[in-house]
Design a protein around this ligand. Structure first.
Ligand code: HEM
Length: 565
């Protein structure tokens, strides 16, 4: 992250470290002059670090402002330009040199929201992550300004993303022709309504297996997380690689891919200090570069094998995404490494987001018994107990759609809009000058819990918030469960917005709503201790990895509602 902000900033840091490495030689030759130079350099570095740190927003902003003031002093035309752009936002100074790295440890979305509150800077907060200048907003209007602007259509560079080839896939590809080509290919062949419809039977089959698997252990406490992740991975493996596996049997290929995805998740989700303190990057203190270099050949081997099998036996009827990529011709044709990156990203991105969101939904369903009863009532009216739910039913499940939106509001899998944005030119945000290379974060979690934006924001009220004007399916009025309710003013934008908005939104929501409808239609979901049906029986605390997951996996009891068909 934040390479754009390097701009020769390492120079004075490098002096110190180069000189430090020569320190042994200094002391041996007892060259007093060199020693004196070394001490003076350290002193200048220390003084400059303290000066930079003294500016609001911390060291990275301080360095930028100090240099600007210096150049303004020398060059009047730059000063005029600066005045036209307006002031620079304020924020916490953090610590000298490292700035506010502490904000990004643990639950970063909570900490950024608290800092914005403290500095009265909910609209725009500036802080430093080492050498990286960051702006963050907890306001929907400013979020819209950032996310919908072409200036913020790029992603900051993350060493682990490069190490795992994600810079050649949609999520981290630099904004430009290559990224646009990938989005078009994915939109046409993976995320278009026709393709989503074509994969309906596969989702139905996985839902059936999920129900059978969970139903086999009704008297035990069930940890649903593993089953959900397994189902989600099988689903993506089928769409992307054309591979079909049973949920209830262990398969070495699935296990291998699960392990690769888990390791990739950990590496990409980790806060890598080297991204923000480039002068320690060579040391690879957290071993992220080393671990990426170990993981990458395994991913290459795995995906290359599948591509080779597809080359040998191209799919005729049920074309999966590998077949699609292999059939591309002309300027769209991808090299094998690029194909591997794109396929690996789809598996990677499509697996955990869906499983994480489903676990949150089930947790809320267990906590709010009255919500569960109302969903059951709706399912009985729309589907009845004589048959299983189909995807065609979901458009009529108005209340369930509202429940999913309410869960996305309170527990967005990507609370800081997953992967941040990078300013590709100097720009103005909310009247403040934001220089090129600044990283922008949108704290969507804070926006979706803001009492100025949502009344009684912590209360779980699906119907009151998302069914105003829509009549229940039971009365025959259609309400698109996946459509309305995601607001263009960004009060509720868990899938992002603008050019880099999530391309998998419709596919992801279709899968989540259908599978949740199936699980709720088949079972009653109960807390582990049924006698104490209160919110305390489910721990809703969070942990932020790449996605924001439940800190303690949901454990439940289930009771069959109908005989599975
Ligand atoms: C259902 C849960 C999902 C949630 C909550 C979610 C959320 C997000 C968010 C917040 C972003 C960043 C958007 C921005 O910067 O404005 C994103 C990007 C992305 N998502 Fe999703 N996503 C989900 C499912 C999926 C699925 C199923 C796929 C693919 C199979 C997918 C593929 C992607 C890709 C490729 C990007 C990068 C887009 C780009 O940079 O151009 N997502 N997602």
């Amino acid at each position: 992250m934040g390479m754009g902000s390097i701009e020769g900033t390492q120079v004075e840091n490098l002096w110190v470290f180069v000189l430090a490495s020569k320190y042994g030689a200094f002391t041996r030759s007892v060259d007093k002059y060199s020693l004196w130079c070394f001490i003076m350099t350290c002193f200048v570095w220390l003084v400059l670090s303290l000066i930079y740190w003294a500016y609001p927003g911390g060291p990275a902003w301080g360095k930028y402002r100090f240099r600007k003031s210096f150049f303004n002093y020398l060059n009047i035309s730059t000063a005029k330009q600066q005045q036209q752009h307006g002031p620079i936002p304020g924020g916490p100074r953090g610590f000298p040199v490292i700035g506010s790295m502490n904000l990004m440890c643990g639950l970063a979305h909570h900490q950024i929201a608290a800092a914005a509150d403290k500095f009265n800077a909910k609209r725009l907060l500036a802080f430093s992550l080492g050498e990286t200048r960051v702006i963050a907003t907890c306001n929907p209007d400013v979020a819209k300004e950032i996310l919908n602007s072409s200036v913020f259509a790029d992603r900051p560079v993350k060493e682990s993303a490069y190490g795992l080839m994600f810079n050649r896939a949609i999520g981290f590809a630099p904004y430009g022709v290559y990224w646009r080509t990938l989005r078009r290919i994915a939109a046409t062949h993976l995320f278009c309504p026709k393709q989503i419809k074509a994969s309906e039977s596969q989702r139905f089959e996985i839902a059936r297996q999920l129900v059978a698997m969970l139903g086999a252990s009704p008297t035990r406490d069930i940890r649903v997380r593993e089953a959900l992740k397994h189902a989600s991975l099988n689903n993506m493996m089928c769409s992307v690689f054309g591979r079909k596996y049973r949920l209830d049997t262990s398969n070495p290929e699935v296990n291998e891919l699960r392990e690769l995805v888990d390791q990739g998740y950990e590496l990409l989700g980790a806060l890598n200090w080297s991204d923000h303190l480039p002068w320690i990057a060579d040391l690879d203190l957290q071993q992220i570069r080393f671990r990426c270099s170990k993981l990458l050949p395994k991913v290459n081997r795995f995906v290359s094998r599948i591509i080779a099998e597809h080359r040998a036996q191209p799919g005729q009827l049920n074309r999966d995404f590998v077949d699609v990529l292999l059939s591309l011709r002309g300027p769209d044709k991808l090299s094998e490494p690029d194909m591997i990156a794109v396929l690996w990203e789809m598996i990677f991105r499509g697996t955990d987001t869906v499983a994480v969101l489903m676990e949150w939904i089930l947790a809320r369903i267990v906590v709010h018994g009255e919500v569960q009863s109302r969903v059951h009532e709706e399912l009985d009216k729309v589907v009845g107990r004589s048959r299983a739910v189909t995807e065609g039913d979901t458009a009529m499940l108005v209340y369930l759609g509202a429940v999913v939106k309410e869960v996305l509001r309170l527990h967005p899998p990507g609370p800081l809009l997953s992967w941040s944005r990078l300013a590709i030119t100097d720009t103005t945000v909310d009247g403040y000058h934001v220089p090129v290379g600044t990283t922008a974060l949108v704290d969507m979690w804070a926006i979706m819990r803001d009492p100025d934006v949502w009344s009684d924001p912590l209360a779980f009220k699906p119907a009151e918030r998302f069914m105003m004007g829509a009549t229940s399916a039971a009365s025959g009025d259609q309400f698109e469960a996946k459509g309305p309710g995601f607001f263009s003013d960004l009060r509720l934008a868990p899938f992002g917005s603008g050019r880099r908005t999530c391309p998998g939104k419709t596919l992801g929501l279709n899968t989540v709503i259908f599978w949740i409808a199936s699980l709720l239609h088949e079972f009653e979901w109960l807390p582990v201790n049924q006698r104490t049906r209160s919110s305390t029986v489910v721990d809703l605390s969070e942990v932020l990895r790449l996605s924001c997951e439940m800190a303690n996996a949901l454990t439940v009891r289930i009771r069959a509602r109908r005989t599975p068909s």
